[in-house]
Design a protein around this ligand. Structure first.
Ligand SMILES: C[S@@+](CC[C@H](N)C(=O)[O-])C[C@H]1O[C@@H](n2cnc3c(N)ncnc32)[C@H](O)[C@@H]1O
Length: 273
Protein backbone atom coordinates (compact mmCIF):
# COMPACT_ATOMS: atom_id res chain seq x y z
CA UNK A 1 0.00 0.00 0.00
CA UNK A 2 1.31 3.45 -0.87
CA UNK A 3 2.10 5.71 2.07
CA UNK A 4 0.83 9.25 2.27
CA UNK A 5 3.34 11.74 3.65
CA UNK A 6 2.92 13.58 6.96
CA UNK A 7 4.32 17.02 7.73
CA UNK A 8 7.52 15.48 9.11
CA UNK A 9 7.97 13.41 5.97
CA UNK A 10 6.76 10.27 7.70
CA UNK A 11 4.40 7.89 5.99
CA UNK A 12 0.92 7.86 7.46
CA UNK A 13 0.00 4.27 6.74
CA UNK A 14 2.76 1.71 6.16
CA UNK A 15 1.92 -1.75 4.88
CA UNK A 16 2.86 -4.51 7.32
CA UNK A 17 5.50 -6.14 5.14
CA UNK A 18 7.80 -3.11 4.79
CA UNK A 19 7.45 -1.58 8.19
CA UNK A 20 10.35 -0.59 10.46
CA UNK A 21 8.50 -0.76 13.78
CA UNK A 22 11.01 1.19 15.80
CA UNK A 23 11.24 4.05 13.28
CA UNK A 24 7.47 4.14 12.91
CA UNK A 25 6.81 4.21 16.66
CA UNK A 26 9.51 6.87 17.11
CA UNK A 27 7.58 9.13 14.72
CA UNK A 28 4.29 8.34 16.43
CA UNK A 29 5.59 9.14 19.92
CA UNK A 30 7.30 12.31 18.69
CA UNK A 31 3.91 13.35 17.34
CA UNK A 32 2.19 12.35 20.59
CA UNK A 33 4.45 14.87 22.32
CA UNK A 34 3.15 17.57 19.99
CA UNK A 35 -0.40 16.42 20.74
CA UNK A 36 0.20 16.68 24.49
CA UNK A 37 -0.57 13.00 25.24
CA UNK A 38 -0.84 12.50 29.01
CA UNK A 39 2.36 10.40 29.04
CA UNK A 40 4.41 13.20 27.46
CA UNK A 41 3.59 16.03 29.90
CA UNK A 42 6.56 16.85 32.16
CA UNK A 43 6.34 17.18 35.92
CA UNK A 44 5.94 20.62 37.48
CA UNK A 45 8.49 22.56 39.56
CA UNK A 46 6.26 21.92 42.61
CA UNK A 47 6.43 18.14 42.09
CA UNK A 48 10.22 18.28 41.79
CA UNK A 49 10.50 20.45 44.91
CA UNK A 50 8.32 17.97 46.83
CA UNK A 51 10.44 15.04 45.61
CA UNK A 52 13.53 16.84 46.92
CA UNK A 53 11.81 16.90 50.32
CA UNK A 54 11.15 13.16 50.04
CA UNK A 55 7.49 13.51 49.03
CA UNK A 56 7.22 11.69 45.73
CA UNK A 57 5.11 9.23 43.80
CA UNK A 58 5.65 7.84 40.30
CA UNK A 59 3.38 5.92 37.95
CA UNK A 60 4.19 2.46 36.62
CA UNK A 61 0.57 2.12 35.47
CA UNK A 62 -2.34 4.47 34.76
CA UNK A 63 -4.03 5.26 38.06
CA UNK A 64 -2.25 4.17 41.25
CA UNK A 65 1.37 5.14 41.91
CA UNK A 66 3.90 2.34 42.38
CA UNK A 67 4.05 1.47 46.13
CA UNK A 68 6.91 3.32 47.82
CA UNK A 69 7.78 0.12 49.72
CA UNK A 70 8.70 -1.52 46.42
CA UNK A 71 11.65 0.84 45.81
CA UNK A 72 15.21 0.33 47.03
CA UNK A 73 16.74 3.33 48.86
CA UNK A 74 17.08 6.01 46.16
CA UNK A 75 19.87 8.16 47.60
CA UNK A 76 22.87 7.51 45.36
CA UNK A 77 21.15 4.60 43.58
CA UNK A 78 21.81 4.03 39.88
CA UNK A 79 18.42 3.97 38.17
CA UNK A 80 17.53 3.10 34.59
CA UNK A 81 14.16 4.59 33.61
CA UNK A 82 13.43 2.21 30.75
CA UNK A 83 11.17 3.40 27.93
CA UNK A 84 10.15 6.10 30.38
CA UNK A 85 10.73 9.39 28.55
CA UNK A 86 8.44 12.38 28.84
CA UNK A 87 9.98 14.30 31.73
CA UNK A 88 7.98 12.39 34.31
CA UNK A 89 9.41 9.56 36.42
CA UNK A 90 13.09 10.20 35.56
CA UNK A 91 13.23 13.74 36.99
CA UNK A 92 11.23 12.76 40.09
CA UNK A 93 13.56 9.85 40.88
CA UNK A 94 16.56 12.14 40.29
CA UNK A 95 15.10 14.78 42.63
CA UNK A 96 14.63 12.00 45.20
CA UNK A 97 18.38 11.40 45.10
CA UNK A 98 18.98 8.76 42.42
CA UNK A 99 21.49 8.91 39.56
CA UNK A 100 19.06 8.51 36.67
CA UNK A 101 19.51 7.40 33.08
CA UNK A 102 16.38 7.64 30.94
CA UNK A 103 16.35 5.42 27.85
CA UNK A 104 13.60 5.99 25.29
CA UNK A 105 13.01 5.58 21.56
CA UNK A 106 11.53 9.05 21.04
CA UNK A 107 13.83 12.09 20.79
CA UNK A 108 10.91 14.39 21.65
CA UNK A 109 10.16 12.41 24.80
CA UNK A 110 13.82 12.56 25.82
CA UNK A 111 13.87 16.30 25.18
CA UNK A 112 11.14 16.59 27.85
CA UNK A 113 13.50 14.95 30.37
CA UNK A 114 16.37 17.21 29.37
CA UNK A 115 14.14 20.29 29.67
CA UNK A 116 13.04 19.37 33.20
CA UNK A 117 16.61 18.47 34.21
CA UNK A 118 17.91 21.84 32.94
CA UNK A 119 15.01 23.77 34.51
CA UNK A 120 15.51 22.09 37.90
CA UNK A 121 19.29 21.64 37.95
CA UNK A 122 18.97 17.85 38.07
CA UNK A 123 21.68 15.46 36.93
CA UNK A 124 20.01 13.11 34.49
CA UNK A 125 21.24 11.35 31.38
CA UNK A 126 18.73 10.94 28.53
CA UNK A 127 19.68 8.44 25.82
CA UNK A 128 17.89 7.31 22.69
CA UNK A 129 17.66 3.55 22.28
CA UNK A 130 15.57 0.40 22.12
CA UNK A 131 14.26 -1.09 25.36
CA UNK A 132 15.05 -4.57 23.97
CA UNK A 133 18.74 -3.78 23.36
CA UNK A 134 20.65 -2.32 26.31
CA UNK A 135 24.06 -3.32 24.91
CA UNK A 136 25.33 0.23 25.46
CA UNK A 137 25.20 -0.50 29.22
CA UNK A 138 27.63 -2.86 30.98
CA UNK A 139 26.48 -5.80 33.09
CA UNK A 140 25.40 -5.06 36.66
CA UNK A 141 25.48 -1.24 36.55
CA UNK A 142 22.03 -0.37 37.96
CA UNK A 143 20.27 -0.80 41.31
CA UNK A 144 16.78 -0.22 39.89
CA UNK A 145 15.20 -0.62 36.46
CA UNK A 146 11.94 1.34 36.39
CA UNK A 147 9.88 0.27 33.38
CA UNK A 148 6.41 1.86 33.15
CA UNK A 149 3.69 0.53 30.80
CA UNK A 150 5.46 0.71 27.45
CA UNK A 151 6.41 -2.79 26.37
CA UNK A 152 3.21 -3.08 24.33
CA UNK A 153 5.13 -1.00 21.74
CA UNK A 154 7.67 -3.76 20.98
CA UNK A 155 6.90 -7.03 19.18
CA UNK A 156 8.84 -9.21 21.62
CA UNK A 157 9.03 -8.47 25.36
CA UNK A 158 11.31 -11.31 26.46
CA UNK A 159 14.54 -9.54 25.41
CA UNK A 160 13.47 -6.59 27.57
CA UNK A 161 13.42 -8.80 30.69
CA UNK A 162 16.73 -10.48 29.78
CA UNK A 163 18.43 -7.13 29.27
CA UNK A 164 16.95 -5.66 32.46
CA UNK A 165 18.29 -8.68 34.35
CA UNK A 166 21.76 -8.30 32.83
CA UNK A 167 22.16 -4.58 33.61
CA UNK A 168 20.95 -4.92 37.22
CA UNK A 169 23.32 -5.55 40.09
CA UNK A 170 22.68 -8.68 42.18
CA UNK A 171 19.93 -7.69 44.61
CA UNK A 172 18.73 -5.05 42.12
CA UNK A 173 15.03 -4.39 41.59
CA UNK A 174 12.90 -4.38 38.44
CA UNK A 175 9.62 -2.45 38.70
CA UNK A 176 7.44 -2.95 35.63
CA UNK A 177 4.00 -1.99 34.40
CA UNK A 178 2.13 -3.68 31.58
CA UNK A 179 -1.29 -3.96 30.01
CA UNK A 180 -3.34 -7.09 30.62
CA UNK A 181 -3.53 -8.91 27.26
CA UNK A 182 -7.32 -9.25 27.68
CA UNK A 183 -7.54 -5.59 26.56
CA UNK A 184 -6.59 -6.62 23.05
CA UNK A 185 -9.40 -9.11 22.48
CA UNK A 186 -11.78 -6.28 21.56
CA UNK A 187 -12.21 -4.25 18.40
CA UNK A 188 -10.42 -1.01 19.23
CA UNK A 189 -12.51 1.61 17.38
CA UNK A 190 -15.66 0.06 18.86
CA UNK A 191 -14.12 0.03 22.36
CA UNK A 192 -13.28 3.71 21.98
CA UNK A 193 -17.00 4.28 21.37
CA UNK A 194 -17.75 2.40 24.59
CA UNK A 195 -18.80 -0.84 22.89
CA UNK A 196 -16.97 -4.09 23.74
CA UNK A 197 -17.03 -6.29 20.67
CA UNK A 198 -14.89 -9.46 20.82
CA UNK A 199 -12.77 -9.58 17.67
CA UNK A 200 -9.18 -10.74 18.06
CA UNK A 201 -7.54 -14.04 19.01
CA UNK A 202 -4.60 -13.48 21.38
CA UNK A 203 -1.76 -12.81 21.12
CA UNK A 204 -2.75 -9.70 19.19
CA UNK A 205 -0.51 -7.61 16.92
CA UNK A 206 -1.37 -4.28 15.26
CA UNK A 207 0.94 -5.45 12.51
CA UNK A 208 -0.61 -8.87 11.83
CA UNK A 209 -4.23 -8.38 12.87
CA UNK A 210 -5.24 -5.06 11.30
CA UNK A 211 -5.84 -4.32 7.64
CA UNK A 212 -3.57 -1.82 5.93
CA UNK A 213 -6.50 0.61 5.92
CA UNK A 214 -7.04 0.23 9.67
CA UNK A 215 -3.33 0.72 10.31
CA UNK A 216 -3.36 3.84 8.14
CA UNK A 217 -6.27 5.20 10.19
CA UNK A 218 -4.32 4.59 13.42
CA UNK A 219 -1.23 6.27 11.99
CA UNK A 220 -3.32 9.27 10.91
CA UNK A 221 -4.19 9.62 14.62
CA UNK A 222 -0.47 9.28 15.50
CA UNK A 223 -1.15 6.01 17.33
CA UNK A 224 1.96 3.83 17.79
CA UNK A 225 1.79 0.15 16.87
CA UNK A 226 1.11 -2.19 19.78
CA UNK A 227 1.23 -5.87 20.71
CA UNK A 228 -0.76 -7.66 23.43
CA UNK A 229 1.98 -10.10 24.53
CA UNK A 230 0.92 -12.97 26.78
CA UNK A 231 1.06 -13.47 30.54
CA UNK A 232 3.59 -16.21 29.74
CA UNK A 233 5.83 -13.54 28.24
CA UNK A 234 5.06 -10.78 30.76
CA UNK A 235 5.35 -12.84 33.96
CA UNK A 236 6.96 -16.08 32.76
CA UNK A 237 9.45 -13.99 30.80
CA UNK A 238 10.61 -12.22 33.98
CA UNK A 239 10.96 -15.56 35.78
CA UNK A 240 12.76 -17.16 32.83
CA UNK A 241 15.19 -14.23 32.75
CA UNK A 242 16.15 -15.17 36.33
CA UNK A 243 14.08 -12.71 38.36
CA UNK A 244 12.23 -13.58 41.55
CA UNK A 245 8.79 -11.95 41.46
CA UNK A 246 8.09 -10.47 44.89
CA UNK A 247 4.88 -8.46 44.36
CA UNK A 248 2.08 -7.87 41.86
CA UNK A 249 -0.86 -5.44 41.82
CA UNK A 250 -3.59 -4.74 39.33
CA UNK A 251 -4.55 -1.16 38.52
CA UNK A 252 -7.33 0.57 36.61
CA UNK A 253 -6.49 1.89 33.18
CA UNK A 254 -8.68 4.24 31.18
CA UNK A 255 -10.17 1.82 28.66
CA UNK A 256 -13.83 0.84 28.32
CA UNK A 257 -12.87 -2.60 29.66
CA UNK A 258 -11.71 -1.03 32.93
CA UNK A 259 -15.34 -0.70 33.97
CA UNK A 260 -15.35 -4.52 34.11
CA UNK A 261 -11.78 -5.45 35.10
CA UNK A 262 -8.51 -3.63 35.81
CA UNK A 263 -6.41 -3.66 32.64
CA UNK A 264 -3.07 -2.60 34.11
CA UNK A 265 -0.63 -4.73 36.10
CA UNK A 266 2.48 -3.71 38.04
CA UNK A 267 5.14 -6.10 39.26
CA UNK A 268 8.17 -6.01 41.51
CA UNK A 269 10.99 -8.47 40.79
CA UNK A 270 14.46 -8.92 42.24
CA UNK A 271 17.67 -10.20 40.67
CA UNK A 272 18.89 -12.74 43.25
CA UNK A 273 22.01 -11.65 45.13
C1 LIG B 1 3.22 5.35 27.53
S1 LIG B 1 4.82 6.10 27.20
C2 LIG B 1 5.62 5.81 28.74
C3 LIG B 1 6.37 7.01 29.25
C4 LIG B 1 5.83 7.64 30.45
N1 LIG B 1 6.83 8.47 31.08
C5 LIG B 1 5.06 6.78 31.44
O1 LIG B 1 4.81 7.26 32.51
O2 LIG B 1 4.60 5.66 31.23
C6 LIG B 1 5.63 4.86 26.24
C7 LIG B 1 7.07 5.22 25.96
O3 LIG B 1 7.70 4.09 25.37
C8 LIG B 1 8.62 4.59 24.43
N2 LIG B 1 8.99 3.52 23.50
C9 LIG B 1 8.24 2.94 22.54
N3 LIG B 1 8.93 1.98 21.90
C10 LIG B 1 10.17 1.96 22.47
C11 LIG B 1 11.34 1.17 22.26
N4 LIG B 1 11.39 0.22 21.33
N5 LIG B 1 12.41 1.40 23.06
C12 LIG B 1 12.39 2.38 24.00
N6 LIG B 1 11.31 3.15 24.23
C13 LIG B 1 10.21 2.94 23.48
C14 LIG B 1 7.89 5.73 23.78
O4 LIG B 1 8.75 6.59 23.05
C15 LIG B 1 7.21 6.38 24.98
O5 LIG B 1 8.01 7.38 25.54
Amino acid sequence: MAESQGADGAGAGPGAEALDVRAHNRRMWDRQVRRGNRWTVPVSPAEVAAARRGEWAVQLTSSTPAPRAWFPPLAGADVLALASGGGQQGPILAAAGARVTVLDNSPAQLERDREVAAREGLELLAVEGDMADLSRFPDAGFDLVFHPCSNSFVPDVRPVWREAFRVLRPGGVLLAGFVNPASYVFDQPAAQRGELRVRHVLPYSDLADLTDEERAAFAAEDEPLAWSHTLDDQLGGQLDAGFHLTALREDRGRETLDAYMPTNVMTRAVKPA
